[in-house]
Design a binder for this molecule. Sequence first.
Ligand code: TLP
Length: 343
Amino acid sequence: MIDLRSDTVTKPTEAMRKAMARAEVGDDVYGEDPTVNRLQEMAATMFGKKAALFVPSGTMANQLAIRLHTQPGQEVIVESKAHIVRYEQGAAGALAGVQLHWVTGNRGLISPEQVEAAVRPKEPHSIQTTLICLENTHNSGGGTIYPLATIERIRAVAAAHGIPMHLDGARLFNAIAATTLPPASYAQHFDTLSVCLSKGLGAPVGSLLMMNDLTLLDKAKRLRRMYGGAMRQSGILAAAGIYALEHHIGRLKVDHDHAKQLARRLQQIPTVRISPQDVDTNIVIFDVIGHRLAPLAIVAALKQEGVLINAIGGDSFRAVTHLDISSAMTVEACEIFTRVLGD
Ligand code: TLP
């Protein structure tokens, strides 16, 4: 099966499993797991932040950040198709008690002008804007990379209003691999940022929440405990993360090439709508129009032929390339798409 549903489906490699098996461990709630500590130090150094906290998932990292920066009854500016809006089960409202102010971006990217217009006035009737969240790369936008200049200008708007910024960097490594910009060049503009080890980097579990403010770190540890994410001998998982940071960042470009290849081939199929030039990284989003099968039946027909993808609403589909997709599998997936979608 060629599994293009997500880059979350990767399985740890033999070498990664060996690193996990050999990991030195301790109880991380006491701060005594040397491998977790090493991973956190590595990540903080890589992104130019004072601290990093290992958490079980990207969702938890985002939710800790929202809770850290806000009080119930406040408002967070976020793009309308952001993971925080679409895929976190309403946690921002349920757990932090905040209201999300959606701004619709272009392929997921919002402009400084949109942010400026969305900030609520500081007057007695208005809800108060206390956080701005960006997502880079933007998943539902199609793996879109935020231009650094746009982030800088959004940061200037945020600073003028005294509003902190959080980055959902679940796939920031894809942006880093594609642009070759230093990780800190993105990170410097955010008060907190999360990155995932369990997406393109191929680790089985884990994300990191990073920050400069050590009082935020203390609060984040307590909230992680409250949310049930404080782990014990998690060095076994952290070892996979260290292995991923050391070995799997450079190769992300291969996934980007595979995604482009899929997009170019999909473009040749008459029922498919896609602009291959919009594929910045490893996510390919396309529409199928006028096919005799409904979206879920298309997914089933592709599965029958050996390819798994996700229907993501309306006529849209998502295919994601990753560590476990070889060049030969990419070629085969192209053939299957042509056969099924061209039918
Ligand atoms: N995204 C998953 C699904 O949840 C949709 C996927 O298959 O792409 N931020 C972004 C931008 C994400 O894409 C994801 C996962 C997360 C956060 C959450 O990560 P986890 O699944 O570790 O909670």
